[in-house]
Design a protein around this ligand. Structure first.
Ligand code: ADP
Ligand code: 5GP
Length: 201
Protein backbone atom coordinates (compact mmCIF):
# COMPACT_ATOMS: atom_id res chain seq x y z
CA UNK A 1 0.00 0.00 0.00
CA UNK A 2 1.23 3.49 -0.86
CA UNK A 3 2.06 5.82 2.03
CA UNK A 4 -0.39 8.65 2.65
CA UNK A 5 0.34 12.30 1.95
CA UNK A 6 1.55 14.53 4.78
CA UNK A 7 -0.15 17.94 4.68
CA UNK A 8 1.17 20.79 6.82
CA UNK A 9 -1.17 23.74 7.37
CA UNK A 10 -0.02 26.93 9.13
CA UNK A 11 -1.66 30.30 9.72
CA UNK A 12 -1.52 33.20 12.15
CA UNK A 13 -3.80 32.70 15.14
CA UNK A 14 -7.38 33.82 14.47
CA UNK A 15 -7.08 33.54 10.70
CA UNK A 16 -9.72 30.80 10.46
CA UNK A 17 -7.55 27.71 10.06
CA UNK A 18 -9.49 25.56 12.54
CA UNK A 19 -12.80 26.59 10.96
CA UNK A 20 -11.56 25.68 7.47
CA UNK A 21 -9.94 22.41 8.57
CA UNK A 22 -13.05 21.20 10.43
CA UNK A 23 -15.19 21.69 7.32
CA UNK A 24 -12.65 20.14 4.96
CA UNK A 25 -12.16 17.12 7.26
CA UNK A 26 -15.93 16.58 7.20
CA UNK A 27 -16.11 16.75 3.39
CA UNK A 28 -13.00 14.87 2.25
CA UNK A 29 -12.69 11.14 2.86
CA UNK A 30 -9.41 9.37 3.56
CA UNK A 31 -8.10 12.36 5.47
CA UNK A 32 -7.07 12.26 9.13
CA UNK A 33 -6.26 15.08 11.53
CA UNK A 34 -3.22 14.67 13.74
CA UNK A 35 -4.31 15.62 17.26
CA UNK A 36 -1.40 17.54 18.80
CA UNK A 37 -0.24 17.57 22.40
CA UNK A 38 -0.29 20.94 24.13
CA UNK A 39 0.36 22.45 27.54
CA UNK A 40 -2.14 25.26 26.95
CA UNK A 41 -5.44 25.28 28.83
CA UNK A 42 -8.50 23.97 26.95
CA UNK A 43 -10.88 26.63 25.60
CA UNK A 44 -14.60 26.39 26.28
CA UNK A 45 -15.92 23.60 24.05
CA UNK A 46 -12.55 22.00 23.35
CA UNK A 47 -12.32 18.29 24.10
CA UNK A 48 -9.31 16.34 25.29
CA UNK A 49 -8.26 13.82 22.63
CA UNK A 50 -10.33 15.58 19.96
CA UNK A 51 -9.00 19.13 19.66
CA UNK A 52 -5.75 18.43 21.50
CA UNK A 53 -4.23 16.05 23.98
CA UNK A 54 -4.06 18.47 26.90
CA UNK A 55 -1.01 17.56 29.00
CA UNK A 56 1.06 19.04 31.81
CA UNK A 57 4.44 20.57 31.07
CA UNK A 58 6.09 17.54 32.78
CA UNK A 59 4.20 15.07 30.56
CA UNK A 60 5.08 17.10 27.49
CA UNK A 61 8.80 17.24 28.31
CA UNK A 62 8.89 13.51 29.09
CA UNK A 63 7.46 12.72 25.64
CA UNK A 64 9.79 15.20 23.98
CA UNK A 65 12.86 13.71 25.66
CA UNK A 66 12.16 10.07 24.78
CA UNK A 67 14.76 8.44 22.50
CA UNK A 68 13.79 8.76 19.69
CA UNK A 69 11.63 11.76 20.58
CA UNK A 70 7.91 11.07 20.98
CA UNK A 71 7.38 14.12 18.78
CA UNK A 72 7.86 14.37 15.04
CA UNK A 73 8.17 18.09 15.70
CA UNK A 74 7.47 20.39 18.62
CA UNK A 75 7.65 24.10 19.38
CA UNK A 76 6.90 26.75 21.95
CA UNK A 77 4.16 28.91 20.46
CA UNK A 78 2.59 31.99 22.12
CA UNK A 79 4.06 30.83 25.47
CA UNK A 80 2.87 27.19 25.43
CA UNK A 81 4.34 23.92 24.17
CA UNK A 82 2.80 22.10 21.21
CA UNK A 83 3.94 18.83 19.58
CA UNK A 84 2.95 16.24 16.99
CA UNK A 85 3.00 12.58 18.04
CA UNK A 86 5.48 10.71 15.85
CA UNK A 87 3.81 7.35 16.49
CA UNK A 88 0.30 8.55 15.58
CA UNK A 89 1.38 10.19 12.32
CA UNK A 90 3.55 7.26 11.19
CA UNK A 91 0.75 4.79 11.95
CA UNK A 92 -1.76 6.75 9.84
CA UNK A 93 0.60 7.33 6.90
CA UNK A 94 1.62 3.67 6.83
CA UNK A 95 -2.00 2.56 6.26
CA UNK A 96 -2.36 5.00 3.36
CA UNK A 97 -4.22 7.79 5.18
CA UNK A 98 -3.50 11.38 4.22
CA UNK A 99 -2.65 13.28 7.40
CA UNK A 100 -3.18 16.96 8.20
CA UNK A 101 -0.81 18.64 10.66
CA UNK A 102 -2.12 21.97 11.98
CA UNK A 103 1.21 23.34 13.19
CA UNK A 104 3.06 26.64 13.45
CA UNK A 105 5.87 27.89 11.21
CA UNK A 106 8.64 26.50 13.49
CA UNK A 107 7.09 23.04 13.42
CA UNK A 108 6.65 23.20 9.64
CA UNK A 109 10.36 23.96 9.29
CA UNK A 110 11.24 20.86 11.34
CA UNK A 111 8.95 18.60 9.30
CA UNK A 112 10.45 19.92 6.03
CA UNK A 113 13.90 18.81 7.22
CA UNK A 114 12.85 15.17 7.59
CA UNK A 115 10.04 14.69 5.07
CA UNK A 116 8.58 16.20 1.92
CA UNK A 117 5.24 17.52 3.15
CA UNK A 118 2.66 19.41 1.11
CA UNK A 119 2.80 22.79 2.83
CA UNK A 120 -0.11 25.25 2.88
CA UNK A 121 -0.15 28.69 4.45
CA UNK A 122 -3.48 30.36 5.22
CA UNK A 123 -3.43 34.14 5.35
CA UNK A 124 -6.06 36.63 6.50
CA UNK A 125 -7.09 39.25 3.93
CA UNK A 126 -5.61 41.99 6.18
CA UNK A 127 -4.06 42.24 9.64
CA UNK A 128 -6.98 44.42 10.73
CA UNK A 129 -9.41 41.63 9.79
CA UNK A 130 -7.22 39.12 11.65
CA UNK A 131 -7.49 41.25 14.79
CA UNK A 132 -11.27 41.53 14.36
CA UNK A 133 -11.58 37.73 14.09
CA UNK A 134 -9.32 37.02 17.04
CA UNK A 135 -11.13 39.54 19.24
CA UNK A 136 -14.51 38.30 17.95
CA UNK A 137 -13.65 34.70 18.91
CA UNK A 138 -13.44 35.93 22.50
CA UNK A 139 -11.07 33.19 23.69
CA UNK A 140 -7.93 35.15 24.53
CA UNK A 141 -7.01 37.30 27.52
CA UNK A 142 -5.80 40.82 26.60
CA UNK A 143 -2.20 39.65 27.16
CA UNK A 144 -2.59 36.57 24.94
CA UNK A 145 -4.26 38.66 22.27
CA UNK A 146 -1.28 41.04 22.17
CA UNK A 147 1.19 38.14 21.94
CA UNK A 148 -0.78 36.43 19.15
CA UNK A 149 -1.13 39.63 17.10
CA UNK A 150 2.56 40.47 17.51
CA UNK A 151 3.49 36.94 16.37
CA UNK A 152 1.13 37.18 13.38
CA UNK A 153 3.39 39.61 11.53
CA UNK A 154 6.42 37.31 11.98
CA UNK A 155 4.38 34.30 10.89
CA UNK A 156 3.14 36.09 7.75
CA UNK A 157 6.77 36.63 6.73
CA UNK A 158 7.20 32.83 6.49
CA UNK A 159 4.38 32.39 3.94
CA UNK A 160 6.87 32.30 1.03
CA UNK A 161 8.33 29.03 2.36
CA UNK A 162 5.04 27.19 1.74
CA UNK A 163 3.99 25.46 -1.49
CA UNK A 164 0.48 26.95 -1.46
CA UNK A 165 -1.08 30.16 -0.16
CA UNK A 166 -4.79 30.39 0.61
CA UNK A 167 -6.27 33.78 1.49
CA UNK A 168 -9.16 33.26 3.86
CA UNK A 169 -11.37 36.17 2.89
CA UNK A 170 -14.58 34.40 1.84
CA UNK A 171 -14.72 31.27 3.99
CA UNK A 172 -16.45 29.06 1.39
CA UNK A 173 -13.80 29.93 -1.20
CA UNK A 174 -10.97 29.12 1.20
CA UNK A 175 -12.58 25.73 1.90
CA UNK A 176 -12.87 25.05 -1.84
CA UNK A 177 -9.22 26.08 -2.33
CA UNK A 178 -8.01 23.62 0.29
CA UNK A 179 -10.14 20.83 -1.19
CA UNK A 180 -8.71 21.62 -4.64
CA UNK A 181 -5.14 21.42 -3.33
CA UNK A 182 -5.82 18.03 -1.73
CA UNK A 183 -7.41 16.73 -4.93
CA UNK A 184 -4.48 17.95 -7.04
CA UNK A 185 -1.89 16.44 -4.72
CA UNK A 186 -3.73 13.11 -4.72
CA UNK A 187 -3.82 13.09 -8.53
CA UNK A 188 -0.11 13.87 -8.58
CA UNK A 189 0.64 10.93 -6.28
CA UNK A 190 -1.62 8.58 -8.26
CA UNK A 191 0.00 9.63 -11.52
CA UNK A 192 3.44 8.90 -10.11
CA UNK A 193 2.28 5.43 -9.02
CA UNK A 194 0.63 4.58 -12.34
CA UNK A 195 3.75 5.65 -14.22
CA UNK A 196 5.74 3.23 -12.13
CA UNK A 197 3.36 0.28 -12.18
CA UNK A 198 1.49 0.05 -15.54
CA UNK A 199 3.19 -2.44 -17.86
CA UNK A 200 4.18 -1.20 -21.35
CA UNK A 201 2.37 -4.03 -23.15
P1 ADP B 1 -7.57 29.82 13.96
O1 ADP B 1 -7.81 28.35 14.08
O2 ADP B 1 -6.81 30.17 12.71
O3 ADP B 1 -6.95 30.42 15.19
P2 ADP B 1 -10.50 30.07 14.00
O4 ADP B 1 -10.87 28.99 13.02
O5 ADP B 1 -10.74 29.81 15.44
O6 ADP B 1 -8.99 30.55 13.78
O7 ADP B 1 -11.28 31.39 13.53
C1 ADP B 1 -11.19 32.61 14.26
C2 ADP B 1 -12.54 33.35 14.16
O8 ADP B 1 -12.71 33.84 12.82
C3 ADP B 1 -13.74 32.46 14.45
O9 ADP B 1 -14.66 33.20 15.22
C4 ADP B 1 -14.28 32.11 13.06
O10 ADP B 1 -15.67 31.88 13.09
C5 ADP B 1 -13.95 33.39 12.27
N1 ADP B 1 -13.72 33.19 10.81
C6 ADP B 1 -13.04 32.18 10.22
N2 ADP B 1 -12.99 32.35 8.88
C7 ADP B 1 -13.66 33.50 8.62
C8 ADP B 1 -13.97 34.22 7.41
N3 ADP B 1 -13.56 33.81 6.21
N4 ADP B 1 -14.67 35.36 7.52
C9 ADP B 1 -15.08 35.82 8.74
N5 ADP B 1 -14.83 35.19 9.91
C10 ADP B 1 -14.12 34.04 9.87
P1 5GP C 1 -4.03 27.44 19.37
O1 5GP C 1 -3.52 27.66 20.75
O2 5GP C 1 -4.69 28.68 18.79
O3 5GP C 1 -4.86 26.20 19.20
O4 5GP C 1 -2.75 27.18 18.43
C1 5GP C 1 -1.69 28.10 18.45
C2 5GP C 1 -0.69 27.75 17.39
O5 5GP C 1 -0.06 26.50 17.69
C3 5GP C 1 -1.26 27.60 15.98
O6 5GP C 1 -0.38 28.25 15.07
C4 5GP C 1 -1.22 26.11 15.73
O7 5GP C 1 -1.07 25.79 14.38
C5 5GP C 1 0.01 25.73 16.52
N1 5GP C 1 0.07 24.30 16.83
C6 5GP C 1 -0.94 23.48 17.17
N2 5GP C 1 -0.49 22.22 17.34
C7 5GP C 1 0.83 22.26 17.07
C8 5GP C 1 1.87 21.26 17.06
O8 5GP C 1 1.67 20.08 17.31
N3 5GP C 1 3.11 21.69 16.76
C9 5GP C 1 3.41 23.00 16.46
N4 5GP C 1 4.67 23.29 16.15
N5 5GP C 1 2.47 23.95 16.46
C10 5GP C 1 1.19 23.58 16.76
Amino acid sequence: MAEGILLVVSAPSGCGKTTILKQVMAKVSGLDFSVSHTTRQPRVGELDGVDYHFVSKEEFLALRDQQPSGFLEWAEVHGNFYGTSRRDVEALLSVGKDVVLDIDIQGAEQVRKNADPVTIFISPPTLAELERRLRGRGTESPENLTVRLANAEKEMAAADNYRYLIINDILEQAIRDLQAIITAERRRRNTAQVNRTVPRS
